[in-house]
Design a protein around this ligand. Structure first.
Ligand SMILES: Cc1ncc(COP(=O)(O)O)c(C=O)c1O
Length: 452
């Protein structure tokens, strides 16, 4: 019998519910705070920016939340996504490890992000919203919301971090193809953008600034809401279709992961794959869970676990999370989607509880791993996803050195077809690893809000 490479679920096995880890956490998540009163947030605090259904999910402690049928219908355009055994990479590494990856690059936008943009657009449309404002780092989220907006008849305005806007013109073209508008951030269109430009006209922008611009637009217009592509509980929730499918597919493969790996920007693709496995870990299954971040923006490995704002202009609620400080400006890198000063509060909490570990890598070692992956498996990873590829390869090499079998599962969160400039620069030897400047971190952390 030939050995299987792909483990495919039929459409009728697409999960019917998202999994909410909040229901199983051994210690409850510290609540987000209203920045004015410093009291736990109530649903009304979020009403100017999110639709009611999304706010309910954000605050829910229900274990399972039904996926509405119109959302499942759209998911079926590309889901269930394949689980692939990287047999050729295993052979190239000459490792006894089994390496599996869940491939989210099969979505129309090329990453995991439509798993949440589609339900977010659906709930907004149901509640009569006409327009969504959002930020995007690498452009994956902006394209994903543009795609979802086009399906549900919503206007979409995207503030794209300027460094990525300049690096990736085709991401903007894709957003416009789906009918959205895309503006480099910081922009002169908002107070938050104008304030940054007055201080630094050459600002590269950051996710924190772009979030401030989009939130400001949503607050200023009654028919407009805001949509976030990562970080928050409802986003992590929507992404759990990845892990729920993976559990079924690993069963088909007759294997169980010893280690589950994903890259972490705001935490959503990590949460998507890992939270269902963390549920199993809490129940007693022995499994390691690893989040991987860039050395240049080391939120989980060097950030402080503290209440902080989600954006630079300090418009959002305060969230307890690993943070480099809301004013921290990560150096420009080719993993735009990982350049965020904070981390999902739920992922941060999981780290504090010792249910996961975190590590960081430099970008050039991630590109080297991505090339090795592409030359064996054919798929060109998004630079963000290459962090997970690098960690998976390191785990496989460790298994080899120890002479131990090990089953590795990682999330290949997206393809890199719009990131070829990054690959061109890497191949030309032009990519530099940034030295992390601890003094800038100290400065940004000194600015953290003081909460008794
Ligand atoms: C392909 C890809 N992977 C990962 C990320 C990081 O985001 P998150 O941590 O929310 O999954 C991004 C963000 O833009 C992305 O585009």
């Amino acid at each position: 019998m030939t050995e299987s490479t792909k483990y495919l679920l039929s459409e009728d096995r697409l999960p019917k519910a998202w999994y909410n880890l909040a229901a199983d956490l051994p210690v409850p998540l510290p609540p987000p705070l209203n920045p004015g009163t410093l009291k736990p947030l109530v649903a009304d605090d979020l009403a100017p920016i999110f639709p009611r259904a999304v706010i309910e999910q954000e605050m829910s402690a229900e274990r399972w939340i039904d996926i509405p049928e119109p959302v499942r219908e759209v998911y079926r355009l590309w889901r269930p996504s394949p689980l692939i055994r990287a047999r050729r990479l295993e052979r190239a590494l000459d490792t006894p490890a089994h390496i599996y990856f869940k491939y989210e690059g099969v979505s129309p936008a090329g990453s995991h992000k439509p798993n949440t943009s589609v339900p977010q657009a659906f709930y907004n449309q149901q509640e009569g919203v006409k327009k969504l404002a959002t930020e995007t780092g690498a452009g994956q989220w902006g394209c994903s919301l543009a795609f979802a907006g086009s399906l549900f008849g919503l206007e979409v305005q995207v503030f794209m971090v300027k460094v990525s806007f300049n690096q990736k013109p085709y991401r903007r073209a894709l957003m416009e193809t789906y009918g959205a508008t895309c503006i480099p951030s910081p922009s002169p269109l908002t107070e938050a953008g104008r304030a940054i430009l007055a201080r630094d006209p050459e600002s590269n922008g950051s996710l924190g600034i772009a979030i401030s611009e989009a939130v400001e637009v949503a607050i200023a217009h009654d028919d407009t809401k805001y949509a976030l592509g990562s970080v928050l509980n409802h986003v992590c929730l929507h992404q759990t279709v990845i892990g729920e499918e993976a559990l079924l597919q690993m069963e088909m493969a007759g294997d169980e992961p010893d280690v589950v790996i994903a890259c972490t920007g705001g935490g959503s693709n990590f949460a998507g794959l890992a939270f269902p496995y963390i549920r199993e870990k809490i129940k007693g299954r022995s499994i390691r869970i690893v989040g991987v971040e860039p050395h240049s923006c080391p939120t989980l490995t060097k950030g402080r676990y503290a209440y902080d704002f989600g954006d630079t202009a300090k418009l959002t609620p305060l969230m307890k999370m690993h943070t480099l400080g809301a004013t921290f400006m990560p150096p420009g890198s080719h993993s735009g989607g990982l350049r965020y000063h904070g981390m999902s509060p739920m992922v941060s909490h999981v780290k504090e509880l010792g249910l996961m570990e975190a590590r960081s890598y430099h970008q050039t070692e991630c590109f080297a791993a991505a090339l090795q992956f592409a030359r064996n498996e054919g798929i060109v990873p998004a630079p963000e996803s290459s962090h997970a590829v690098k960690a998976a390869i390191d785990e496989a090499l460790l298994a080899k050195a120890e002479g131990k079998a090990r089953t590795i599962l990682f999330n290949l969160s997206g393809h890199g077809h719009f990131d070829m400039q990054a690959y061109t620069d890497y191949l030309a030897g032009k990519l530099k690893d940034r030295v992390f400047d601890d003094s800038l971190l100290d400065e940004a952390l000194a600015d953290l809000p003081v909460i008794d």
